[in-house]
Each structure stands twice: as structure tokens, then as C-alpha cells.
Design a protein around this ligand. Structure first.
Ligand code: SF4
Ligand code: SF4
Length: 152
């Protein structure tokens, strides 16, 4: 009697192995739904809100982004030169305060300020995320250096 039970268990085991292989074979030639991250990255959606970024020449120094920001994450200062032209002396972003609401982007009349598609924001010292100089082209370079897979 025990021998029949043993044979039955043997066939059940073999059957379950083939069942597993059937699922594997069925999916083996299908298009992969996962990405080889971080070598391959999913492009972020249009409405994704990453880090706050600025196109300095497009800024007309209207201070609307400063006024609308609910967390006071932005700091702007300027001087008026003799020829009445305004010049930005300070435009910094305190990412630690930002709630990524996107209001600054929404209100900007010239689209100078925007939220980029950067999402690999890795940092070890929270001071790094304070006073990010928006006037600098390589403002987020330090993040790339700390996390080589991170690219804007
Ligand atoms: S996204 Fe919102 S919280 Fe962040 S800087 Fe812009 S307005 Fe301020
Ligand atoms: S709202 Fe736009 S144009 Fe006005 S200060 Fe901010 S970034 Fe500059």
C-alpha cells in the first residue's frame, strides 16, 4: 500500500514541476514588463514633479513664486542697477522645506521656474539640500556625484 502512496506522490511532484515550467515557458518569450534599473530608466511622466529648477535668463524677478510658496522653500534677492535693470543676486532653493506642490511652476509668468524630472535624490547630509543655488547650471551635480546612477 505504501508503495502506491509513494508512486502517487512521485507523480504529483513531477506534475507540479511541469506545471511550474509551463508558466515559465509561457512567459519566457513575452516582452519584459520590468526594466534593468538603474541601467535602464523609465522616463518620468509629463506631470511628474522632481526638483525645482530655474532658467535664469527667463526670470523677470516678479517674486510671484516666492509669494506663492507655502513652505518658504525659495529665497530670491536682486539689485537694481543704474540703468534700472534688475539683476538677481540670490535665488536659492531649500529642498528640505519643499512639499513639491508645483505652485511656483504654475504661477511663473515666463516658465522660468519648473520642477524637473529628477527623482533619484540621494543625500547623506540634510545640509546638502539647503540653499541650492538655482542660478548655477550644475546645481544638482553633487547628487550625481553621491549617486553615480543618478542623472537628471
Ligand atoms: S514646489 Fe511648492 S513648496 Fe516647492 S518651492 Fe515650489 S511652491 Fe514651494
Ligand atoms: S515667478 Fe518666475 S519670473 Fe517670477 S521671480 Fe519666480 S522664477 Fe522669476
Amino acid at each position: 500500500m505504501a508503495i502506491f502512496l509513494y508512486i502517487k506522490k512521485f507523480f504529483i511532484s513531477v506534475y507540479s514541476i511541469f506545471l511550474g515550467f509551463r508558466v515559465t515557458l509561457k512567459n519566457m518569450f513575452k516582452k519584459s514588463v520590468t526594466l534593468d534599473y538603474p541601467l535602464v530608466k523609465q522616463p518620468m511622466k509629463e506631470r511628474f514633479r522632481g526638483m525645482v529648477d530655474l532658467i535664469p535668463p527667463d526670470c523677470v524677478i516678479c517674486y510671484q513664486c516666492i509669494r506663492v510658496c507655502p513652505t518658504a522653500a525659495l529665497e530670491l534677492a536682486h539689485v537694481t542697477k543704474e540703468d534700472k535693470k534688475k539683476e538677481i543676486t540670490k535665488f536659492v532653493f531649500n529642498a528640505e522645506f519643499c512639499c513639491f506642490c508645483g505652485l511656483c511652476e504654475e504661477i511663473c509668468p515666463t516658465d522660468a521656474i519648473y520642477l524637473n524630472k529628477m527623482y533619484e535624490v540621494v543625500y547623506f547630509d540634510h545640509q546638502d539640500m539647503l540653499s541650492i543655488d538655482l542660478m548655477k547650471a550644475d546645481k544638482y551635480k553633487f547628487l550625481n556625484e553621491k549617486n553615480p546612477s543618478c542623472k537628471i
